[in-house]
Ligand binder design. Structure first.
Ligand code: B4P
Length: 192
């Protein structure tokens, strides 16, 4: 299996690049953000719990997210590989993912991080908020809180993958196509 993690702060373009990457590398797209928004749209108890965290710019508790990922794996048993978009977001999630993949006798093949400055992230998310209807994209204070949470809780996840030499980072500013080419180059380097 080929398993890729797309890493980066909120609004760095993970969702945008994932759509192109799953097509090129024929992977199953696992976006925890999308899965949580589906739960919210269906008014499930999990969705209602998640919404209370997401609206404040906080991370959803690890056990909720890990359980959801486990269920998703069960639904996609024959997958050739996964693209993890927005997951893992904490060191505990990274360890849980290692364990889940171990059970499938596979592991993470590569982690590619998108690097974007805070000002550019805020600009992109406020802009997306005008049309997305996402309550976590309309308030600048919430967006900056999400970035602060990223620095504190998610950025340390990079060390987990640097230790095993699976981590690459690329500039996440430029056109979508330029960034896609840089990401593919980083992936292909890891696949050699
Ligand atoms: P996510 O859904 O993962 O989304 P995101 O970080 O906001 O955005 P992404 O990086 O995918 O950016 P996009 O391509 O859309 O998370 C939402 C929330 O869910 C989190 O805050 C958290 O509460 C919760 N959550 C999710 N996963 C979790 C987990 N594992 N654990 C705990 N909680 C979790 O791009 C953003 C904008 O930029 C778009 O408008 C796009 O059009 C634009 N854009 C993209 N590329 C561009 C480019 N090159 N130039 C200019 N604009 C660009």
């Amino acid at each position: 299996m080929f398993n890729l993690v797309l890493f980066g702060p909120p609004g760095s373009g993970k969702g945008t690049q994932s759509d192109k990457l799953v097509e090129k590398y024929k992977l199953v797209h696992l976006s925890t953000g999308n899965l949580l928004r589906e739960e919210i749209a269906h008014h499930t108890p999990l969705g209602m719990e998640a919404k209370s965290f997401m609206d404040k710019g906080q991370l959803v508790p690890d056990e909720v997210v890990i359980g959801m990922v486990d269920n998703y794996f069960d639904k996609h048993k024959g997958a050739r590989g996964f693209l993890f978009d927005g997951f893992p977001r904490t060191v505990a999630q990274a360890r849980a993912l290692d364990n889940l993949l171990d059970l499938k006798m596979t592991s993470i093949s590569a982690v590619v991080a998108l690097e974007v400055t805070e000002e550019e992230l805020v600009k992109r998310l406020l802009n997306r908020g005008k049309t997305s209807g996402r309550s976590d994209d309309t308030n600048e204070e919430v967006i900056r809180k999400r970035y602060a949470v990223y620095l504190k809780e998610t950025a340390p996840v990079s060390e987990h993958y640097k230790k095993v030499k699976k981590f690459e980072s690329v500039k996440g500013e430029g056109t979508v196509e330029e960034i896609f080419n840089a990401v593919c180059k980083a992936i292909d380097k890891k696949l050699e």
